[in-house]
Design a protein around this ligand. Structure first.
Ligand SMILES: NC(=O)c1ccc[n+]([C@@H]2O[C@H](COP(=O)([O-])OP(=O)(O)OC[C@H]3O[C@@H](n4cnc5c(N)ncnc54)[C@H](OP(=O)(O)O)[C@@H]3O)[C@@H](O)[C@H]2O)c1
Length: 267
């Protein structure tokens, strides 16, 4: 097993813990006995989750509200994590935009790069020295099947996730034999909440129910993969199909096909 043993002095850090896959990762780690640091912007939501996890699993839970797209706000968290015993880091927080990048808000596109890519880099570099010194640690990088492809109408997201996918699998190679393990979660569509039929997004309408995987399933599969020291975990049929198409088909063929699909998402 490569997931460090739970230890009350150590913390498993989950970014984006206030919803979706992040909440499920926090719950699954707590169920496995890990004390936590939860990170996202919505402190009130995380405080509620923390209270539930403390009560249900008897673990310690610290809540750190932080806008990870803001370099100054991130610095305080980076400093804290550098100084603490972090046994597990789940770099999960992320956002996506759809549409032609020239039509999108440049400030939000930049925030997306900061959150999806630069913050992942910063937090990883913050915890790595301590993990290497202890010869023990596990890092789950939440990239995406979208990070294997060129995706018109999802350009900033696809590029930011390409960074995560490549950083994860490159770093893993550097850390071989160190006791620190890195696994990439590269999902396709993960259903994080039941869509309201009146307000369903185009992706909810286009992807049939049977092809979605849940946050809880994704979290469990991911932590099992981290414990088994897998290089990459891809839950679900759509994710696997996207991974195969993105990695083994020429981009000139795949880009216009996925671009036409994503154009509908941006509409
Ligand atoms: N769901 C999918 O289909 C899917 C597929 C492939 C990859 N992924 C990846 O999986 C990860 C989680 O996705 P999800 O679907 O669970 O997303 P989600 O439900 O929208 O949750 C996103 C999380 O990120 C946090 N967040 C957003 N902006 C932030 C900021 N500036 N600073 C700090 N935290 C911020 C949000 O919390 P606050 O709003 O409280 O800050 C929330 O906890 C993302 O990296 C996503 O790209 C998801």
């Amino acid at each position: 097993m490569t997931l460090p043993e739970p230890n009350p002095n150590a913390r498993a850090v989950v970014t984006g813990a206030s919803s979706g896959i992040g909440t499920a990762l926090a719950a699954e780690l707590a169920a496995r006995g890990h004390s936590l640091i939860l990170v996202a912007r919505r402190g009130d939501v995380m405080e509620e989750l923390a209270a539930t996890l403390r009560r249900t699993h008897g673990v310690e839970v610290d809540v750190r509200p932080c806008d990870l797209s803001d370099r100054d706000a991130r610095t305080a968290l980076v400093d804290e994590l550098s100084a603490r015993e972090v046994s597990v880091l789940c770099n999960n927080a992320g956002i996506a935009t759809f549409g032609p990048v020239a039509d999108l808000d440049p400030a939000y596109e930049r925030a997306q790069v900061e959150l999806n890519a630069v913050a992942v880099h910063d937090l990883t570099l913050a915890v790595l020295p301590g993990m290497l010194a202890r010869g023990s640690g596990a890092i789950l990088m939440v990239g995406s099947a979208a990070g294997n492809m060129a995706i018109p109408h999802n350009a900033t997201y696809a590029a930011s996730k390409a960074f995560v996918n490549t950083f994860s699998e490159s770093l893993r190679g550097e850390l071989k034999g160190s006791g620190v393990h890195v696994t990439l979660l590269a999902p396709g569509p993960v259903r994080t909440q039941t869509p309201d039929p009146a307000d369903a997004s185009i992706v909810d309408k286009l992807v049939p129910d049977a092809l979605w995987v849940s946050s809880e399933y994704t979290a469990k599969l991911s932590l099992d993969a981290l414990a088994a020291n897998k290089m990459r975990v891809v839950p679900g049929i759509v994710g696997k199909a996207m991974s195969t198409a993105g990695q083994y088909t020429p981009r000139a063929i795949v880009a216009p096909i996925v671009g036409a699909f994503y154009k509908k998402l941006g509409g």
